[in-house]
Design a protein around this ligand. Sequence first.
Ligand code: CUA
Length: 265
Amino acid sequence: MFTNRLPIAKLAGAVVALAAVISAVMLSINWDGAEDSTAAPKIDNLLNIMIVLSSIVFAIVVVALAYALIAFRAKPGDESDGEPIHGNTRLEIAWTLIPTIIVLFSGGWSWKVLNEIEETDPNHMTVSVFSQQYAWSFGYPGKEYAYSQGVLHVPVNRQIVFKMHSQDVIHSFWVPQWRIKKDNVPGITTTAVVTPTKTGTYQLICTELCGFGHASMRAKVIVQSQSAFDKWVEGLKEKVPPDLMVSVKQDTETNPEPLERAVAE
Ligand code: CUA
């Protein structure tokens, strides 16, 4: 059988070399831009791990394919049938077990990262996020539900728990430099946890196709010192409008209240 004649060491060497080259090229690219929240480096590390794992799998496939193309090529004029091949139990166990281990490892590592990111700090600040076709607005519960439209201010180096509400269709909250992305779903409250680590101006982008105005559904995000934030929020004249407050009341995380009950209140 030809399996006994496979140059395993050479093939393994080729896989390692190819995986190393692909990983080196892919890891040298800054895929996600600046890392401006505590979650960002964790998510980027996770991406790097996935890049290396994918490079290894890709290299195995490409090396096996190239070897098969060259080594098992039919000789000119050879019109005979190929060798009949039956199953290979060892090979089948290997190609079931190894991907299972890779998937479980990736799942476990992702779980660990998500747990770390979502661990809430007792000193966190809550901000309500309201989304509708095609605008964002924000409420600050700790400041008597002061309200801002199209611009979000948050203090730096403090954990923010965003409680998100949609008034119509599914939107998605995304500040690329924070990495965090979370859907806003009508009828329920969704939560995202972010600790910004740099002051500056960012863009909040809607990243769920939500209608004709989707591409322009953005808001300005300003990360500033706690004192500058306090000053800004105290200067806000508006409060969250009553119809949006209804959505805060009505949407609960685990058990959405029936609409009639919320309206009756
Ligand atoms: Cu809202 Cu896309």
